[in-house]
Design a protein around this ligand. Structure first.
Ligand code: ADP
Ligand code: MG
Length: 648
């Protein structure tokens, strides 16, 4: 599926020819000593005049039909304005200008198309990363070379050194470092062993892998990224809508001004009609909103696409712009600011219950839970007697933000925070453990506590740096919102320089907290995990989820998905959003200022038709697209303020 470049299309060829004819005609006119006087209905039929006429027609062919169509729909569009300007210039014997408008306007259109196409293509490259063929291993151990599009869930594929994994799945044999940058933006390879998840489009860097497909072809994380980025690119951002609304008034207003300029002064007897007609034509060229209209989308597309290449999936200009202006950011603690890789540090039975029995019941329930606390307890029990016992577990219920309940061997077992045990007095040991900054989980049954499990969590690598970067980027309010208790939350917050801590929040209270922040700050971003914090993320203006590569639901629902499970990319996401806003504002302001200056100059007769199209159209389009390219060069590794240590 190779698409032709913008520069090889028929439009492009006509543009080259028109440009050549314009230059040749101008040179010829100079050589024959053309005095170049404008005059009404002065069609030049000398050689230079004919060459230039040909240039105007060939270049104009790119937009004459569109202009005529627009006029039939009673719309003042730029193709029509340029068409009128060319005809006008020919009618007053200014073929150099006519050819220039045709060539330069065509070139400006190509530049815009190519800038947008280039930004878009850098995501299309990702699609092409996935290999065409895959080697499937059959039950009998035979290897078949099949088209990758036919891969189905459950099939086993073999991937050798240097090859690209064709499908998302789980490693069932082999071990290798895998270069995952296409999916996560992470440049360091990750080691993958049996049981680990791998993604289509990632590269086996130093070993051999057999992968059991976890999805069908076409439904991989890479496919999702590309599909969502395409959707995001197609969405109009708030500033783009504002500019388009503005253009709807701008163009008719300047066109009206052009008509007035052509008619009013001569009628009042202020100089030659021909002179004012030329000034009016110049205004028609300036009335074209081209650079103004392209300024925003080209910046948004450039930002969204390059962010995606670095593992930051922004779901549209709306979220990009919101993230770029947010001063308040809320953070979930467990699994977001902390690694969520909790460790059990104490197992304390109560009332003479054997410790192993407490753990056994807790594991029976937590095996069915996704929560980091649950995973820590299950991991802790592995290799202990409690990890090996069998139970009949039924009726599992997750109490989000509180814990989990299930029937184990017929009796109800609850594992979680004190909220799950409303009528039970807490042992004083509970408060002691909390004082030490532990997350304490209670295990109980039939309204009776059987024991406690204390867990410790660590801030993620670089978390303090990330929060400091965000502060420097103007995120003045950084708020921790957590379901955990105050003491644990404080001990982590202190290490990260967060002073505003809202602890013991149930999921609905997290939502209420975000609503409160919205009322105060207008725009609020929230970082959380896509599953437990989904309601709060949806409430925030911008919901940011991390570790999205592993979770299709998270990729789909988050407004901004950080593909890697790494916090350190967050400042980059905010930086590119801020830079995008600055580029958009600068671009629109520059294009507008230029148009106004040129319009004033045109009325005063100081700006010629040639200058108007060269500077106001092609120059401005080039400037805004080049400026937007800066977004693609933003370095995710760099930080603000001195050398960056990715340390802790
Ligand atoms: P955070 O907001 O910090 O991410 P959560 O809202 O997910 O935390 O959980 C809040 C508290 O609820 C945890 O600190 C823990 O005490 C309890 N909890 C939640 N889920 C479970 C579970 N599956 N097992 C035990 N305790 C849990
Ligand atoms: Mg959490």
């Amino acid at each position: 599926m190779s698409r032709r470049s913008v520069w090889q299309t028929a439009e492009a060829r006509r543009t080259y020819v028109a440009g050549g004819l314009w230059i040749a005609g101008s040179v010829a006119a100079l050589l024959v000593g053309d005095t170049h006087e404008a005059a009404w209905l002065h069609l030049r039929i000398d050689l230079p005049g004919l060459v230039l006429l040909a240039g105007a027609l060939v270049g104009g062919w790119n937009f004459f039909p569109k202009g005529i169509r627009a006029v039939r729909r009673l719309r003042l569009d730029m193709n029509f304005l340029m068409t009128v300007a060319i005809i006008g210039a020919l009618l007053i014997g200014e073929p150099v200008e006519a050819a220039a408008i045709a060539a330069l306007f065509s070139l400006a259109e190509l530049l815009e198309a190519s800038a947008v196409a280039r930004a878009r293509q850098s995501i299309e490259v990702l699609v092409r990363l996935a290999p065409d063929r895959a080697r499937v291993i059959t039950e009998g151990g035979e290897e078949h070379d099949v088209p990758a599009v036919g891969l189905r869930t459950g099939q086993r594929v073999r991937v050798r050194l240097g090859e690209i994994i064709p499908i998302d799945g789980r490693v069932v044999d082999g071990e290798s470092a895998v270069e995952e940058s296409a999916v996560t933006g992470e440049s360091l390879p990750a080691t993958k062993m049996i049981g680990d998840t791998v993604f289509a489009g990632t590269v086996v860097a130093d070993g051999y892998l057999e992968v059991e497909a976890g999805t069908d072809a076409g439904d991989t994380t890479l496919d999702r990224i590309v599909r969502l980025v395409r959707q995001a690119q197609a969405q109009r951002s708030p500033s783009e809508r504002v500019v388009q609304r503005f253009a709807r008034y701008y163009t008719p207003a300047v066109t009206g001004l052009a008509l007035l300029t052509m008619t009013l002064p001569p009628w009042l007897g202020l100089g030659s009609g021909l002179e004012w007609f030329t000034r009016g034509l110049t205004l028609l060229v300036i009335a074209c909103p081209c650079a103004l209209v392209i300024a925003t989308p080209v910046s948004v597309i450039s930002a969204i696409t390059s962010a995606a290449r670095h593992g930051v999936l922004i779901k549209g200009g709306e979220y990009l712009e919101a993230l770029g202006q947010t001063c308040a950011m809320a953070f979930d603690k467990t699994g977001s600011l902390t690694a969520g890789r909790l460790e059990v540090v104490a197992l304390e039975p109560l009332e003479g219950v054997p410790a192993e029995e407490v753990l056994r019941l807790a594991v029976a329930v937590e095996q069915r839970s996704e929560h980091p606390v649950a995973r820590a307890i299950v991991a802790y029990a592995k290799g202990r007697p409690a990890g090996r016992s069998n139970h009949t577990v039924s009726g599992f219920q997750s109490r989000i933000g509180r814990g989990a309940i299930a029937r184990v061997d017929g009796r109800e077992v609850r594992v979680g925070s004190p909220d799950l045990f409303p009528d039970v007095p807490l042992p004083h040991r509970f408060a002691e453990l909390e004082q030490e900054g532990r997350t304490v989980v209670l295990v109980g049954t039939d309204g009776r506590l059987l024991g406690m499990i204390a867990l410790a969590d660590q801030p993620r690598p670089g978390a303090a740096w990330v929060l400091d970067q965000l502060r420097r980027l103007g995120v003045h309010e950084r708020i921790m919102v957590t379901g955990d208790h105050e003491l644990v939350a404080r001990s982590i917050a202190d290490r990260l320089g967060i002073t505003d801590v809202r602890a013991r929040l149930l999921p609905e209270e997290k939502v209420a907290t975000v609503k409160g922040l919205l009322a105060n700050h207008g725009t609020v971003a929230m970082l959380g995990d896509g599953v437990n914090d989904a309601p709060a993320l949806a409430t925030a203006t911008v919901g940011i989820a991390m570790g999205a590569a592993g979770s299709p639901a998270t990729i789909e629902t988050a407004d901004v998905a950080l593909m890697a499970d790494d916090l350190r990319i967050l400042p980059y996401a905010v930086r590119i959003a801020k830079l995008a806003r600055r580029v958009i504002i600068f671009n629109v302001a520059m294009a507008l200022a230029l148009k106004i200056a040129l319009a004033v100059g045109a009325v005063l007769g100081a700006v010629s038709l040639l200058v108007a199209v060269l500077v106001g159209d092609m120059g401005a389009s080039l400037a805004v697209t080049l400026n937007a390219m800066r977004l693609a060069r933003l370095d995710p590794e760099a930080g603000i303020g001195g050398p960056v240590s990715s340390g802790h």
